[in-house]
Design a protein around this ligand. Sequence first.
Ligand code: ATP
Ligand code: MG
Length: 158
Amino acid sequence: DIVDFNKLFERIIDRFEMSKSKNVEFQRLISDTACYVELDTDKITQVIDNIISNALKYSPDGGNIRFGVTAQDGILKVMISDDGMGIPKENVDRIFDRFYRVDRARARSMGGTGLGLAISREMIQAHGGKIWAESDEGHGTTIFFTLPYELDEAGEWD
Ligand code: ATP
Ligand code: MG
């Protein structure tokens, strides 16, 4: 599909914002300019759903989740940031491994299978993008992913 990524992203965030049961505030830094990307809508929706549900799951009451999109040189960069419990530095890259959960006690109380981010990484790589995490234990986590998009001759979003 050829999709306006910003519109798709806003729609997914709206859905979470309307149905959330936690007191978490959403902050968006998303341009209202259209940015057309060739992608599989169902798969990218699944990726974003998983990242947002993780952010909500690990956010404290009264926390914030920030959403951002930037576009430069044919690469769209998406950011979803929470101020939850974070991930220890030595484990940050492992969260994309199959069945990996940061600690068993936490994992049992939070539910889930530990497959969400492994599947997300496969889907982003299949789209020619990258996905990674930055985290500060005790202060929060940011998940980034990129997607390539086509520029037209004027260098505008195609
Ligand atoms: P599933 O997505 O399959 O329901 P899950 O959420 O546990 O299960 P992943 O989404 O793959 O699995 O995440 C893997 C692990 O990474 C989580 O169990 C959690 O320990 C850690 N993690 C992911 N996102 C965050 C986050 N925003 N803050 C803190 N820890 C996180
Ligand atoms: Mg998950």
